[in-house]
Design a protein around this ligand. Structure first.
Ligand code: ADP
Ligand code: MG
Length: 473
């Protein structure tokens, strides 16, 4: 697509759509959405794409996070290859911020009332996504068992048979949606019940905060007075021993009092690494169900159901095209559909067909073809051969150079390319979580000033069959 056919406003819409589709986790998408709310303006000025923010700190922070991935997305969306992304403090941004603040004073009064009502029913600070209801969930052979159990739980949370409910499966297959649907149903039918939805990462952070504020008492109280605990992405619990102890107590307490626990995870309990055996055993005591990738028919049904909520009239041909070409996750399909919708907005009157869709979704289709789960093992082996060290060296405590760098490069790549959580990576490296974090941050910084290192890392990435652009530094 050329710049001439993409108007300026649409260039941004398309860029955001493309960027968001490249994000793998709900956390990353959530973080982007939160940050993007504070972008006051965006404008193409010559070969600079200037994003207006209100203070210098934000400008620096956003530059480090987004300048490069946004530049790539801009080019994909049709901007010239020389384009640069600049976050800067602009007058316009300040003005918009002032106006927003004035409006907020009015809004705050109203929002506060709404929050008070919510808080009564909600133990958690994380609100449910209003779209994640049973009504919006499309059933198919890949998820019908999980759906049946979820609806049974929603009708009778805390019943003996389906407690805990452990749903697992790949990313973007509807685990969070289904889990939150239980929450919506329970809150609607029995407002006296306290429902808590939380990701295990947030749960862990709250625990750490409680520890450092010496406020374990209220932390415990809060999580022990819940009727329905929806704990998303439990794979993040791995590794943290002290936290597992606390979690075990919270969990046992809830179960003792017949409260319902629902968990999601990217692997079945027995494959959760670095988790105490007693927790794994507990998780298996209820019902464990996998959500699988949807069949072609289910994919089409999901696409059509998503399109029903949109004002766009999407031709049948496009549904078929997406259904046939994007299979890895429902999230990816949704992203593709959004991109088509944005294109239709940007080009009213233009007939969209599968040829255009093919161009528009080129990157995603390519990604579908090359998408392959890399294991940490493969990464370590590639690093070993590049640096001429052994696997045992990497796992050892020897800090001499270049071994120390090789180890940190492996940690960096493992975090960037496998989609595994830091604790999982840490476990594989037989290190603690902070060591891995530190190691990969060190590499991230060195890349900027050491072109040789950057080149080596890019070569390893390509050797592993992945694109250096995925590293997003
Ligand atoms: P997961 O938690 O498994 O990574 P999500 O629950 O976040 O996946 O789902 C990703 C997106 O796909 C969400 O927008 C969700 O609404 C949608 N989705 C997934 N499965 C279905 C389905 N069966 N019916 C309708 N939408 C679905
Ligand atoms: Mg999820």
């Amino acid at each position: 697509m050329q710049t001439e056919t993409t108007s300026r406003a649409d260039l941004w819409v398309l860029t955001v759509a493309l960027y968001k589709m490249s994000l793998k986790s709900a956390e990353d998408i959530g973080r982007w959405d939160r940050h993007a709310m504070s972008f006051a303006s965006h404008e193409l000025e010559g070969d600079k794409f200037v994003i207006g923010v209100t203070d210098q700190y934000a400008a620096e922070y956003y530059t480090s996070l987004y300048a490069e991935p946004l530049r790539i997305a801009l080019i994909q969306a049709g901007a010239q290859p020389e384009v640069k992304v600049v976050f800067s403090v602009t007058e316009k941004a300040k003005e918009i911020e002032r106006e927003k603040r004035e409006k907020e004073v009015v809004k705050r009064v109203h929002t506060e009332e709404v929050h008070q009502v919510r808080r009564a029913a909600f133990a958690s600070t994380v609100p449910l996504n209003p779209n994640y209801t049973f009504d919006n969930f499309v059933k198919g052979p890949s998820n019908s068992f999980a759906y049946a159990i979820a609806t049974a739980i929603a009708k009778e949370p805390g019943g003996n048979t389906n407690n805990p409910f452990f749903v697992w499966g790949g990313a973007g297959l509807g685990k969070t949606h289904l889990m939150q649907a239980i929450g919506h149903h329970v809150m609607q039918h029995d407002p006296s019940k306290s429902v808590c939805y939380i990701t295990s990462e947030t749960f862990l952070n709250e625990y750490i905060n409680a520890l450092s504020n010496k406020d374990m008492e209220s932390f415990r109280k809060r999580y022990r007075n819940i009727d329905l605990l929806l704990l998303d992405d439990v794979q993040f619990i791995g590794g943290k021993e002290q936290f597992q102890e606390e979690f075990f107590n919270t969990y046992s307490n809830l179960m003792t009092y017949g409260k319902q626990v629902v968990m999601t995870c990217d692997v079945p309990p027995k494959r959760l690494s670095n988790l105490e055996e007693r927790l794994i055993t507990r998780f298996q005591q209820g019902i464990v169900i996998e959500i699988e990738s949807p069949s072609y028919e289910t994919r089409l049904a999901i696409l059509k159901s998503k399109a029903r909520n949109s004002r766009h009239r999407i031709p049948e041909e496009i549904f078929t095209f997406i259904g046939e070409n994007i299979k890895s996750s429902v999230r990816a399909m949704e992203g593709a559909l959004n991109l088509i919708a944005r294109f239709m907005d940007a080009n009213p009157g233009m007939e969209i067909n599968s040829q255009i869709a093919r161009v528009l979704l080129r990157e995603h289709i390519e990604e579908e073809v090359t998408i392959r789960r890399l294991s940490i093992d493969e990464i370590v082996k590639a690093v070993c051969s590049t640096y001429n060290v052994t696997y045992a060296d990497i796992l050892s405590n020897n800090r001499t150079q270049p071994l120390a760098t090789a180890r940190q490069v492996a940690m960096f790549l493992a975090r960037k390319l496998t989609g595994n959580s830091t604790p999982t990576v840490a476990n594989e490296f037989k290190r603690n979580h902070t060591t891995v974090l530190h190691g990969s941050q060190t590499i991230q910084k060195r890349i900027d000033v050491e072109p040789e290192l950057k080149k080596t890392i890019e070569q390893i990435t390509e050797q592993l069959g992945r694109k250096p652009s995925e590293l997003f530094y």
